[in-house]
Design a protein around this ligand. Structure first.
Ligand SMILES: Nc1ncnc2c1ncn2[C@@H]1O[C@H](COP(=O)(O)OP(=O)(O)OP(=O)(O)O)[C@@H](O)[C@H]1O
Ligand SMILES: [Mg+2]
Length: 361
């Protein structure tokens, strides 16, 4: 998977700019607040239809403009692909190879990327939300069935939660089983695919972590909750848990069991990384997870994703920087930093200097 060209029109602080990327390491450099992350964000947005920084697409439109357009030309193992997003105040239109797509899900899998920035430390430090978000975005990129099941699950969950806030208890009790049947079915797909993903992730993350720390520490990743092996069994177990929690759910006004509550366990040397790992350990663990994600994409999609490393180099010590660079040889990388020469150690790279939303060299 190689992105050849990225065109930004009224996107963030860019008015009109076209980036030509090389197959190897592309370094976007420049001072703070010039547009490096914005460019990286545009790539991720075209891959997933989502941004890591915002909730509302309209924030992506350049101030003063009324629409933005992001377009990428890439080459995947299936051939050339063009992705385009037109973003308006009121919504967006997505196109794959010039054809408008009806559902955002259809954007997924055309261009894959793994995004790593200092913000990814939240993956280790914050609550379960961040870890579920990581899984959801990552699995969705290689599995549309996951993405579809997750969307349906979320929709039904919202309706179930609305129902739980009603006053009429007997009406609630009568209606809940109807929602639960569907909820459990989609949940089963989500749970099974998460489990599969985490079981792939676990050894790969441990290996990447051992590589980064020279085997000094052991990272282990696992899933806290076990609903069973295959989807029928998972659905049955969840259905049982759902009906057992009616009283509590009604009292609290929301659904207290299900994959929207589950968490991934991340341990360093057997201890919970959250609340125990140092800054450096957290950074290394997060990086190991991302490198493992790259490997999973290679296995599942049959080719490497584009690796986006936003502002990561300055946060790593020298041996880890060198190890990271050695590891990413052979895959396309978009790397942002403030000083290109300080992080690359004489490597052959495509350097792009950015100032005020413009490429200056
Ligand atoms: N919708 C928008 N319209 C105009 N400017 C915007 C918009 N959204 C963000 N910006 C501006 O884009 C600028 C560059 O942001 P960006 O995050 O890409 O900087 P950066 O080069 O990554 O800097 P740093 O090195 O500090 O991370 C910021 O000054 C921000 O205010
Ligand atoms: Mg930045």
């Amino acid at each position: 998977m190689i992105i050849k060209k990225l065109t930004l029109h009224n996107f963030r602080n860019y008015e009109d700019e076209t980036f030509c990327f090389s197959d190897g390491i592309n370094v976007l450099f420049g001072r703070n607040a010039q547009g490096k992350t914005n460019c990286a964000e545009a790539v991720f947005y075209l891959c997933t239809g989502a941004s890591l920084r915002i909730r509302h697409d309209r924030q992506l439109i350049r101030q003063g403009a009324d629409r933005a357009c992001v377009r990428a030309e890439a080459v995947s193992r299936y051939g050339n692909v063009t992705l385009q997003a037109d973003i308006f105040e009121s919504g967006r239109e997505l196109r794959v190879n010039g054809v408008k797509i009806a559902r955002s899900v259809d954007l997924l899998g055309n261009m894959n990327s793994v995004f790593f920035s200092p913000g990814e430390l939240r993956l280790i430090q914050d609550g379960p939300d961040e870890r579920r978000r990581f899984l959801n975005l990552s699995i969705s990129q290689t599995s549309r069935s996951y993405c579809t099941a997750l969307l349906r699950y979320s929709r039904i969950l919202e309706q179930r939660n609305n129902l739980l806030k009603e006053r009429d208890a007997s009406m609630i009790l009568e209606t809940l089983p109807v929602w639960d049947e569907q909820l459990a079915r989609y949940a089963a797909t989500v749970v099974r695919q998460r489990k599969e993903f985490v079981s792939m992730l676990s050894p790969l993350a441990a290996e990447a972590h051992a590589y980064l720390t020279d085997g000094a520490e052991t990272l282990s990743v696992g899933w806290e909750k076990d609903y069973g092996e295959e989807e029928g069994e998972i659905a049955e177990n969840l259905l049982r848990e759902l009906s057992a929690s009616y009283e509590r759910d009604m009292r609290l006004g929301f659904t207290t069991v299900g994959p929207h509550r589950d968490d991934m366990r991340i341990r360093i040397d057997g201890r919970d990384a959250k609340g125990f790992a140092s800054q450096g350990q957290t950074r290394t663990a997060a990086l190991a997870l991302k490198l493992a994600e790259v490997e999973i994409f290679k296995q599942r999609a049959g080719e490497a994703p584009v690796l986006i490393l936003d502002d990561v180099m300055s946060e790593l010590d020298l041996p880890r920087r060198k190890k990271l660079l050695a590891r990413v040889g052979g895959i396309q990388c978009i790397l942002t930093c403030t000083h290109a020469e300080r992080v690359l150690y004489g490597r052959e790279t495509n350097k792009i200097m950015i100032r005020g939303g413009k490429i200056v060299s």
